[in-house]
Design a protein around this ligand. Sequence first.
Ligand code: CA
Length: 674
Amino acid sequence: MHKPTGTPRRRARRLGIAAALAWTLYVAPLPFAPAHAANHDNNVEWDGLFHDQGPLYDNHPEPTAAQAVTLTLRTYKYDATSINIKYYDSADGTFHWVAMAWTANDATGNFDDWQGTVPASASAKYYRFQINDGSATAWYNAAGTYAAEPSLGDFFILPGFKTPDWMKHGVIYQVFPDRFYNGSTANDVQSGQYTYAGCATEKHAWGSSVLPNVNGCNSAVFFGGDLAGLDQKLGYIKNTVGADILYLNPVFLSPTNHKYDTEDYMTVDPAFGSNATLQQLIASMHGTANGPQGYVILDGVFNHTGDTHAWFDRYHWWSATGAHESQSSAWYGWYTFQNWPNTYSGFFGIASMPKLDYGASGSAVRNAIYGSATSVVQAYLKSPYGIDGWRLDAAQYLDAGGNEGSDATNHQIMAELRRAVKAANANAGILGEFWGNAGPWTAGGKEWDSAMNYDGFMQPVSEWITGKDYNGNAAAIPASQFDSWLRGTRANYPANVQQSMSNALGSHDVTRFGYRAGGDLWKTHLALIFQMTYVGTPTVYYGDEYGMQGGADPDNRRTFDWSQGSTANSAVALTRKLTGIRNAYPALRTGSFLTLFTDDTNKLYAYGRLDAAHRIAVALNNDSTSHSITVPVWKMSVTNGSTVTELLSGTVHTVSNGSVTLTVNGHYGAILAQ
Ligand code: CA
């Protein structure tokens, strides 16, 4: 066992300032003192411990191999006798110890800061803290505080791993293109225009039912939305919603409305426009004519193609000979046939979505999708398109030999894909689709920048606020469980991935938030306040900002109701205000996240976001009635007599007894900034 050390000089500095007097002052009952006054009493006060990789506690959250990382841990004042960083270095496969030194007290006199430095090197490292008070020891890492040393949940140091700043600092707007806005009726798919998989196309009027007239033909229903419509509505997206990143569901040639069965990756579907229309839309997003500079993420469906792709050509739509047409096809080996032609590997066995066989490194499929200069992935990252990132559909399943991925080959493919993306544009982003803990694709810093945060955002938010999971089934959780769920899932990811995770209330694959909320728009208000003040990239699925209704697929893909698409809708107005607040305060994007309290009885939750410039407390009321909430801002070292501004109302409050007390309406929140 390691024996804790502390130099006499360091101890002398801590206690040297008229130690006896300071001691007396400290134990005198401060009105906002911690419940247990800290002392050298062989008892580490867990409540006072705090560290994360925000700028106040980690001087290089994205270090290079040449940058040492200085870490700060906070305790209650006089609580600890010694503190150590214990880190695992992947270079030598062993643990190392760094003794921390006391450096400062906070402005309120409640806390001590201790610092230690992990030396620079290129290797990945993982760290936890050992906090000692005499004979007592506590351990602290990203996942929690422990009496016994933990083996999981350490903080990450991944030299050279950088996620794009525009993802950390942006707001995503996700659009299912057929359903957002019809900018050109000339390209609309008409009823009976073509038949695919036994379903004739159906043209439905905007605002009418998404259900098909013919059973089982969900994917054949078209409304006419297109890229020109998006281009015409960028002012709404950028200025009204306040989003600067556009994530589009698939836009490439495909016979279905969802286009997750690609027929040609290099051609924009004519119902959405043309390749030139896509270029125009990207240029408009990048430009500033309709609002701030923006970014575009396209949906890359690379696990499988559609069965109408020329490479496969099940229905003989192409003149070239596809794999389904002949075993002599140039593309025969691009798919996995168990018994040619009709038994082959498909996405979840779906025959219309034959899986690509990625083979080994350097294979023709890998080159076509991402490996060559003319590959799909690289072509759209470069001129004349210049997209800013790829969302990878069903990313865990990409594999060789018809296998279902999540194995060594899948990770090899993802690492190669990342290198190809970053070589084409070092500032491009990779957003993976995964529904659980996406740590296996992000924790090494070599594959994705971000993932769809079903696990660490959408599900807990839905269960706490609506009492239902994202599928609409009953699953209520109290505030304390909400908070611990959030901490646990943050711990799965390096801090720069946490800050880039795509945090949405809904998507094209789950029920609408407004539906789970039972049509109560106040729950959307509360969810928006949390979404825009939490760690990760807020992601607005078109219409969620006004409380759009809809059950499971395809009902979650209704047409946008433009009578609601303005600040006349209170939730849209709130969205606009919140994105403005988020943009104004870096602490809400890259600052620390500190739980202030949970109250299961009254359904209250409060947390802080802080950096060197600002301390922001967010108080949420998940009850249906208003509550008077006392927010303990002293936990963020906000001093008595100073003022904080509630950003939604503009009301100024003076801090007294270490806290601010205010009334918060049911299903609403307060954002107190200093
Ligand atoms: Ca159209």
